[in-house]
Design a protein around this ligand. Structure first.
Ligand code: ZN
Length: 504
């Protein structure tokens, strides 16, 4: 699920693991659908998610190497289950123009007449080209300082800033570039090896400003005469600027390259010779926040869980002797976290006729018991023990109430307790790009938790019964959508082009 625009949310707290408890006495699965249904098992999900949210895929950042591996993993599984490509070139990939930017490790340089730092002692906090020699001004910031005064700006103009930033406003590091400092070398606890970052548009090499980092230990080797200054106590709240009377040479070279990025898409052809020209969409986003320096974001729930459910639905439908009459389109999207990019691209460049898509079912974050503040709202605190069998059913009544009725009816065999969209997340995952095209959608979401968009969104916290039960409900719903006579009635008046009629 993408971050709500302009506001970043920080959660605190910890989740307690507990497994979902779904009620006994559920309606029996019709014989025609039993075989596929029975392939959906929590343990199978554990295998898929172990790979998707494992270290090899490094958090599946769009444009990063881990995302390419994840794309291949989805395509390989789609193929293994017997799904067919839908792209005109016969591949499972709807590729797009995408760029990646990184730093050439061999180009990294920080040296003085006393010491030349080794490559592995130099980190990069922002990729760009750098090749300067200049006098060093040591800057220590602490407390709540957020901006440089005019006088401070004049002191760093044309200089190389060696920065020890203990202020709470990390972003103010950018103000040194604005003030005309030629380079900023930050003193950090641990330097990060440079990696690739994805970009939608080709980065402009001329405007990029590299920012380097070194450890305190390396800083003292570079500037030994200044060790006492480096050890000096910090100003309690403010900025201290000390010219070190020495010069330094700093270098870095940016690398810009094409990244392999796209949606992974496949189909299970409908069993009815006429209805197979109509489609049922099912999707999840493959990407997450990737790797930034040495920190990576596994995204086990967001959206490793939905991607896992997507594979489980694919396995179930292809294993079942009775296939849906309409063609099922499987979509594993890129760039959701960057602003629903993959679904936006798919919906505007669809390899199928989208006017014939009866509905789109989206699974994004379906593997946790919601706990803590919901959507950052401190007045809405969820208690985990009350959410062992709950899921948000979002948007299913906004375009066609018939879709909502089908899902509620199929849930008689599963036993979810539905919560509707109290979090107002209707616009925040890939289904929304289909809703905007007037396609009835349903978005399955198990709610927020303190690990949302944190490096702590890990596999060990996942409730695999919830992933399996999401896949089961979607599997049964797809069969019903396959059987449905005609397209779903669009019975909810739409207030705007955004498809925001109805309320749920
Ligand atoms: Zn997200």
């Amino acid at each position: 699920m993408k971050l709500r625009s302009s506001i970043s949310i920080l959660f605190a707290g910890s989740a307690i693991f507990a497994s979902a408890q779904f009620g006994p006495g559920m309606r029996e699965i019709p014989k025609d659908y039993q075989k596929g249904f029975n392939t959906i098992k929590a343990n199978d999900g554990r295998k898929f998610l172990g790979v998707l949210a494992g270290p090899a895929f490094e958090g599946r950042g769009t444009g990063q190497p881990g995302f390419e591996k994840a794309m291949d993993y989805m395509a390989d599984n789609f193929k293994r289950f017997g799904l067919k490509p839908i792209m005109p070139d016969g591949s499972y990939f709807q590729l797009v123009d995408f760029w990646k930017v990184g730093t050439d490790v061999n180009s990294l340089m920080v040296k003085t007449d006393k010491y030349s730092a080794r490559t592995n002692e130099i980190g990069v906090s922002m990729a760009g080209d750098l090749n300067v020699t200049g006098d060093v001004v040591f800057v220590v910031a602490n407390g709540t300082v957020a901006a440089l005064t005019d006088e401070q700006q004049a002191q760093v103009k044309g200089k190389v800033v060696l920065l020890l930033n203990k202020s709470t406003r990390r972003r103010f590091e950018g103000s040194f570039s604005t003030a005309g400092a030629t380079a900023v070398i930050s003193i950090v606890d641990k330097v990060s090896a440079p990696g690739w970052q994805g970009r939608r548009t080709k980065p402009d090499a001329t405007t990029a400003t590299a920012r380097l980092s070194v450890s305190m230990e390396t800083a003292k080797k570079l500037f030994p005469a200044s060790s006492s200054v480096l050890d000096a106590s910090l100003p309690v709240d403010g900025i201290a600027m000390i010219p070190l009377g020495t010069s330094v040479t700093a270098g870095a070279k940016q690398m810009i390259d094409k990244a392999r990025v796209g949606n992974v898409v496949a189909k299970l052809e409908g069993s009815d010779p006429t209805l197979r020209d109509e489609f049922i969409g099912v999707g999840a986003h493959l990407d997450h926040l990737g790797k930034n320096g040495d920190v990576w974001y596994p995204g086990a729930d967001d959206d490793g869980s939905g991607s896992t459910a997507l594979l489980q639905v694919a396995k179930a439908l292809t294993s079942n002797p009775v296939k849906p009459k309409r063609t099922v389109i499987f979509m594993s999207f890129y760039g959701e976290e960057m602003g629903l990019l993959g679904s936006g691209y798919f919906s505007n460049n669809a390899p199928i006729d989208l006017t014939k898509m009866i509905a789109e079912l989206q699974m994004d974050m379906v593997g946790r018991n919601s706990v803590g503040a919901q959507n950052g709202d401190q007045k809405r605190i969820d208690i985990e023990s009350e959410n062992l069998d709950t899921i948000r059913l979002v948007g299913s009544k906004r375009i066609s109430t018939a879709l909502d009725k089908i899902i509620l009816d199929q849930n008689e065999s599963i036993g979810w307790k539905f919560k509707y969209d109290a979090e107002d997340v209707y616009t925040r995952s890939d289904h929304y790009n289909f809703a905007r095209k007037g396609i009835p959608i349903a978005f399955f979401f198990t709610g927020f938790h303190p690990d949302y968009h944190q490096p702590t969104d890990t596999v060990d916290k996942i409730n695999f019964d919830k992933i399996a039960n999401t896949a089961k409900l979607v599997y049964l719903t797809i069969h019903q959508l396959g059987e449905y006579k005609g397209m779903l009635p669009h019975d909810v008046p739409q207030t705007a082009a955004g498809g925001r009629g109805g309320t749920n």
